[in-house]
Design a protein around this ligand. Structure first.
Ligand code: SF4
Length: 282
């Protein structure tokens, strides 16, 4: 990674950005499809900074989506700064690119974003997330949030909650800031005390739970295409799979098998999970 966020050790442990040859990636995906894989995830840090010869990330995404027989493509994790209009257009154009974007916010205060070296403002992030929500029907947007970054006051933290309220993420990975040796942020002398970090994390988790449930409840009664990925942890008679928008759904196994795409009617939203039943008439 070339971004050097001040809390992150990745650029020091993993080194600078490198982009693989586009044809090599296509060949690998083609081989996976031949072996029967239905879904491919393009993985990179940051995946949308991809550039190889004249190819950028939107070119890679488009070429992968044209591969015959590939049913689903995901990618993670993009950096908001590098999320281009062209990527959004390609997502819109190809049905086999999943309607799901992981867009790490990290913090809602411009002061903290600057200190984190995130290279975007709260306003830029909101406008990007809203553009994605408006342009990609039924998109699911997830995020990462760090609370208690050095120098974060209550009013800085409140701005994180405000952004969450505006965007209403489908899901969020929430963390307390934890100092990493070798990073710039460990040297900041205004570290936030543990108690404040804990109480802010609880607030963020509770707000996100509310948003996730609200978003999931809207899907009750709808029919979703679900890729069966594994047996449910809770019951050996149920499968667990994900919707296009990256939501987990639990349903009775019936005669279906792992790897199949099935049409599922959503009956219930429980926490971050949906429950449903296979629609055999689809
Ligand atoms: Fe790079 Fe992500 Fe780490 Fe920032 S948080 S330095 S973008 S890997």
């Amino acid at each position: 990674c070339d971004k050097f966020c001040t809390f992150c050790i990745v650029p020091f442990t993993r080194g600078r950005e490198r982009s693989r040859d586009l044809n090599g990636i296509l060949l690998e995906v083609e081989k996976a499809v031949d072996k029967g894989f239905s879904e491919i995830t393009l993985l990179g840090q940051n995946v949308n900074s991809y550039k190889n010869k004249n190819n950028k990330f939107h070119n890679l995404l488009e070429e992968v989506s044209k591969i015959n027989g590939l049913k689903r493509i995901r990618y993670t994790s993009p950096h908001p700064k590098d999320m281009s209009e062209k990527v959004i257009n390609i997502m819109n154009k190809y049905d086999n690119i999943c309607n799901s974007v992981h867009l790490p916010l990290q913090a809602g205060s411009n002061k903290i974003l600057k200190r984190m070296n995130r290279t975007y403002t709260k306003e830029e992030f909101i406008s990007l997330a809203q553009k994605i929500q408006n342009r990609i029907p039924n998109v699911g947007i997830s995020t990462d949030i760090i609370v208690g970054f050095p120098g974060e006051t209550n009013s800085d933290f409140e701005q994180t909650l405000e952004v969450m309220d505006v965007i209403k993420f489908d899901f969020a990975f929430n963390f307390k800031y934890s100092a990493r040796r070798g990073t710039k942020a460990i040297e900041y002398d205004d570290q936030v005390n543990e108690e404040d970090k804990k109480s802010r994390l609880t607030k963020v988790i509770n707000l996100q739970k509310k948003h996730t449930l609200h978003k999931n409840e809207k899907l009750i009664g709808s029919y979703q295409e679900v890729l069966i990925e594994k047996e449910s942890k809770l019951s050996s008679s149920n499968w667990a799979g994900r919707t296009d928008s990256n939501k987990w759904v639990i349903f009775d196994k019936g005669k279906s098998e792992i790897g199949e795409l099935v049409n599922v009617k959503i009956n219930e939203a429980v926490g971050v999970t949906l429950k449903g039943q296979i629609n055999y008439n689809a």
